[in-house]
Design a protein. Structure first.
Length: 434
């Protein structure tokens, strides 16, 4: 079965852009939803909207009600362009930003049916065709959205399709939530394991107060000292446009490349490193890299030498031991410190933007004998490898569930399945069962 189609403009009663207003004033801040609050699966998470100062006219024209559909119309990511969120009771009364378009359906269309259509593959393909590109951003205007071709089953059939998808996607969402909880448990267990190792919980003998509120007591024979006492801490090369070209252009790492315990080499930038600078900025296998700025100061990973000649930029700290201390031990210390928000607390801010060299060098951590460091690190790494295998399996399952969800929505809204008789089965192989 297939349904006749018509342009979106004939399915809408309203098609409005949003507003951003001005910086908030304490007594007149309005919660404004942004594209970041709209998830890829069409849900909206309104817990932390932006607070903006909107005029009375802007508030009136952008106030949301249940059943509105919010569409992301500008994004640098193909996956996020056209994201479409359902406005529920939690979002009603809020406003929406100027990078979002609000759709309200006419009486001849079910809002839930249109929302499901806006989250199907057929709609996504049309978005790719209609979107334009300016300064690296893909864009959808309100007028382009009206050109999208929408299947038009009878209204009662639209309601049946929406009811069917509510039930079936609900089952898939429950499985996804279960997998997300497993991932969170995996991460919490890893942090707890690292915390116990860093404070030597299982080590025999007497203990002493570490003098660090976040750490508690440690074995009595463990040393406590500043990072700079045991390690060299150096920043990388400052970037500017004149240094991008030259006769010694080499790849270098940025903040975006350094993830937790992983250096992402999928996108590398290049800069000129003349011979007199190469010894200073060239990385060696085993170097510990720590983000100085960017989205996550303090995030760290070990450079393993995947590329023979690699350099680093100034927004990264490069750490090397002065003696026998292990970079990997310090990495686990940083993992625990970040979990306890040690750097943020010392900086007296909840949104720390930099972990400067001057802040990192005096940070104090526990240091057992190098042989003990090695033993504890080997055990932590062994269990981390197991966790990584489990995490990959869970991520694969989540990807399969997401693919299944979108395929089911597409089949239902385009008439590829008869929802009155369909009994779709969720994947059950490869550990997908509860």
């Amino acid at each position: 079965m297939s349904y006749p189609t018509l342009r979106m403009k004939f399915a809408l009663a309203a098609n409005d852009g949003g507003a951003w207003g001005d910086d908030p004033v304490a007594d007149s801040a309005t919660p404004v939803l942004r594209s970041t609050e709209i998830m890829l699966d069409g849900r909206i998470q309104p817990d932390m909207p932006a607070l903006r100062n909107l005029s009375s006219r802007e508030r009136k024209s952008t106030t949301l009600r249940v059943g509105d559909i919010l569409v992301v119309k500008s994004s640098g990511s193909d996956a996020h362009l056209g994201k479409s969120g359902w406005v529920d009771e939690r979002c009603a009364g809020m406003s929406f930003s100027n990078f979002i378009q609000r759709l309200r359906t006419s009486e001849e269309f079910s809002p839930r049916y249109i929302w499901y259509f806006m989250n199907c593959s057929a709609m996504k393909e049309q978005v790719r065709t209609l979107s334009s590109t300016t300064t690296g951003l893909q864009n959808l205007s309100g007028s382009l959205i009206t050109e999208i071709e929408v299947p038009r089953p009878p209204l009662d059939e639209q309601h049946r399709i929406a009811d069917f998808l509510d039930a079936e996607t609900g089952r898939i969402d429950q499985l996804c939530a279960h997998r997300d909880k497993q991932i969170q448990l995996l991460e919490d267990t890893a942090y707890s394991r690292a915390f116990d190792a860093v404070r030597g919980v299982k080590e025999p003998g007497q203990r002493k107060d570490s003098g660090l509120d976040w750490l508690g007591d440690v074995p009595a024979d463990w040393r406590l000292g500043a990072v700079s006492h045991y390690f060299e801490v150096e920043l990388g090369k400052m970037l500017n446009q004149e240094r991008v070209t030259g006769s010694h252009v080499r790849p270098y790492l940025r903040v975006a490349n350094v993830q937790w315990d992983n250096v992402d080499l999928s996108e590398l930038a290049s800069m000129n490193f003349p011979p007199e600078e190469q010894a200073r900025y060239r990385l060696k296998p085993g170097d510990l890299l720590v983000n100085e700025g960017g989205s996550w100061p303090g995030r760290a990973a070990i450079w393993r030498g995947e590329i023979p000649e690699m350099y680093y930029q100034k927004a990264l700290h490069r750490i090397r031991p002065r003696g026998q201390e292990l970079n990997r031990w310090l990495y686990y210390c940083l993992v625990v410190a970040e979990r306890f928000r040690v750097f943020q607390v010392q900086g007296n801010t909840s949104t720390m933007t930099h972990l400067t060299r001057e802040q990192l060098k005096p940070q104090r951590f526990p240091f057992p004998h190098p042989a003990t460091q090695h033993r504890l690190v080997v055990e932590l790494d062994r269990k981390a490898e197991h966790d990584l295998r489990v995490r990959r399996l869970l991520d694969e399952q989540l990807a399969l569930l997401s693919e299944r969800r979108r395929a089911l929505i597409t089949a239902a809204v385009t008439g590829q399945i008869d929802v009155t008789t369909a009994r779709p089965q969720l994947p059950s192989q490869g550990g997908m069962s509860e």
